[in-house]
Write a protein that binds this ligand. Sequence first.
Ligand SMILES: [Zn+2]
Length: 334
Amino acid sequence: MTVSSEFVIGIDIGATKIAVTLADTEGRILSKTRIQHGRRPYHDVMPQLQATVAQLLSNESVKPGQIAAYGICAPGILRPEEGILCRTSNLDWRDVPIGPDLQKTLPCPFFMDNDANAGVLAEWLFGDAKGLQDVVYLTLSTGIGGGVIAGGQLLSGRFGSAGELGHIVLDAEGPLCGCNKRGCLEAYCGGHNVALHLQEALRDRPNHPMMRLPDVNGKLENLNFQTLRQGAMAGIPLAVALWDDVCLRLAQGIGICLSMFNPAMLLLGTAAVYAGDFLLDKIRVNLPRFAWREFIEPCDIRIASLGHDIGDYAGAAIALYRLSGHGLNPQPHP
Ligand SMILES: [Zn+2]
């Protein structure tokens, strides 16, 4: 990798925490830490983030001039060239200039991308997908995000929006999605929609076995993707039926991805990390209904290898990928 400076800083804005990572430009992670943001306002969190970056550099005896770039990733709506997070589902932050604000205390270029693109880059640079030319990553969290490496390049599209795989429509008459279309993959399998569906099915049924699961503890709001999986594993018929439907729709979405991108590897992240083979096995059984054998057999479908630590790699992966000459040029120093 030919860059004049020696290190990058990765910043991953998550639902409950911010992961801050120092890596060298060879892709070695030197140090990492996390900030629990507790959903506090942006103007509270940013000074802490700036101080954390400074501390990380000081701990590793790295000088500010040795930092080649920040890589910033976040779920939600972004304006990447400007380093602005417009909105995200888990934080009450609106149009916050994360990139420019970080530059105030450590002036260097920044690169920004969404969590799913960062996820596929992280798996590609640090995880099981290392060295492969064609990789798809699906993040199964509140919503469903997608990131695609095609022919050794992150697929970006005209406006950087390529790979929105959660909004592939599986049934035009299906349930309403948060994007206002009907029948999106996310409407069937996104964590938020699965939780709503389950809560609706069990409203006013306090004695249902699902409500007695330890992690549900009688509370409707505890019914979510994870407790659905627990219920299905326990053989509770309502949960088994819904889990089977989620797995069928995921197989349908994955089948489309296989036919579109013919990937060597397809990785499932976030909620899939907990579910493991209980999810994968059912997807595999259903896949032949949705894709040719010629697409299924050469594709290694697996759980994201970086698991819940993917945020420690995601921001750094964006910076390393962009610095290596791919995609947009860095912004000028302020
Ligand atoms: Zn949608």
